[in-house]
Design a protein around this ligand. Sequence first.
Ligand SMILES: [Zn+2]
Ligand SMILES: [Zn+2]
Length: 155
Amino acid sequence: MTFSHDKLPIDGETLAQYVRRVRASLKNSQGEIAAKAGIHIQSLGKIESGKTTRLNAKTKAGLSGALGIPENYLDAVCKGASVTQVITLKICPHCWKPGTEADPIWFDLRSKYCFLCGTLLRDRCMRCNEPIMSLKFKFCPYCGQPYKDVNNRVS
Ligand SMILES: [Zn+2]
Ligand SMILES: [Zn+2]
């Protein structure tokens, strides 16, 4: 499963709009997503029509897998919170390639270390401590420090 920035919730987007948009980007029907998520198609219909605004744990886990988005994105849109309030962009300084998609496992709040190489994940600039704002940036916009560990040093 790869992570795409298209799947980040847009500020102000409702759960219904968000789920519909991500499903459309996957070109899947409601039936296909409901089957992958292990939920009833009517449940998905209620979510997409805005009748359901809170997700139980099973539905959330199912949708997360079916849509390829971390569960905390769904939490964010349910709460109406700004994504940046709930999502920490974290990268492995070894495995991440600047400008490319990152693995959603890194963004999981419980992830502290890279699942591939065990390196401590990085969510902020090593030099000035400003949080990573975008994975499209190769360098910290505040001080110019590369996000990726160029010297292959583990910090
Ligand atoms: Zn790694
Ligand atoms: Zn910096």
